[in-house]
Ligand binder design. Sequence first.
Ligand code: ATP
Length: 375
Amino acid sequence: MAEIRIEHVRKEFGSFIAVQDSTLTIGDGTFFVMLGPSGCGKTTTLRMIAGLELPTSGRILLDGEDVTMRRAAARDIAFVFQMYALYPHMNVRRNIGFPLVCQGVGRAEVRRRVEETARLLRIDHLLDRPVSGLSGGDRQRVALGRAIVRRPKAFLMDEPLGALDTEFRHLMCGELRDLHDRLGATTVYVTHDQMEAMSMADRIAVMNHGIVEQVGPPQEIYDRPATMYVADFLGSPPMNFLTFEGAVRRGDRQVRPGGALVAVPELHEDRPPGPLALGVRPEHIRFADDAPLRGRVLGAEYMGTTQIVTVETAHGTVKARIPSGRDVRTGETVGLALRPDGLSLFDAATGRVLRSALHEPDHPDTRRAAEVRHG
Ligand code: ATP
């Protein structure tokens, strides 16, 4: 088990900056997910933690000890890749046991630890099978087995489920989380898939062009995004933005997109006149005849118990998730009521959230909002 800390880590490839000044602490035993689109620097960060890549500047600490210059083999960290990287000419038993054989562990001990690992992964019935005939899920379990059998301080996983079909991925997400809980080792997991991140992580770091935009538990970054980028990256459909010009003052509890008055969580900072964006999740919009914010329905997608209705307003197009029971006609005018405790207000010029009761975890309004959400 290990705490991993990266301090002001930067990585340049020639003139290209892949990771810019990242500082993160990954707590001992945490399931930590780095989430972001392709090319944002997730794999590079992971490779620097593993010792496969040297940072251009900054430090990497394992349990408080500076390992920046220590080679990968001496870090006691296991790396699990997307491509299973199994030895095709060996059976499952020999694939899993290989790292121990390389370490010079005795035969009886190798056998005992391989069988214990296989039981943990529920592949003990496959031990004497060649890996070539295994399903994608079982091959990934063998790859995990090879990492687990060493009992490393931490696991680094780079899109390990990327090659599996959707059904298997869901299954493996549950299995990986369960395995993590049983092993208790620190896990750093890289993915571009928000559902994988939200379902497995204790904490998520959302990355964008080599920058960590926000770190926090899944619900916190979903409910209280620090930037418009994070708000837009999470959620399906993502958060809507109603854009308008305005100024806000500390203590305000309402904003005025156009003439409409919208209640928001109490604001905790002043902002001179400029572009603002009111962020609202689709599930926090309700149709209400008397709501001052109005729009025209462009279409609806049936999703089962809910439907996603696209509405054009004077401040941008929004998607509302409303019960399927509501009859919706294209072209009709609807009033949009926005749930105040779910609203975030952003400075649209910088993309940064304006501090408000919602974004202050200790504020009584935030606690009340959380209680409402948890029923
Ligand atoms: P993906 O999921 O596509 O791997 P990622 O978020 O993991 O994306 P990285 O693999 O960390 O991204 O790459 C970040 C950026 O650094 C990319 O633009 C990539 O092309 C670049 N990069 C990575 N490795 C090298 C290298 N060895 N030489 C030059 N550029 C590199």
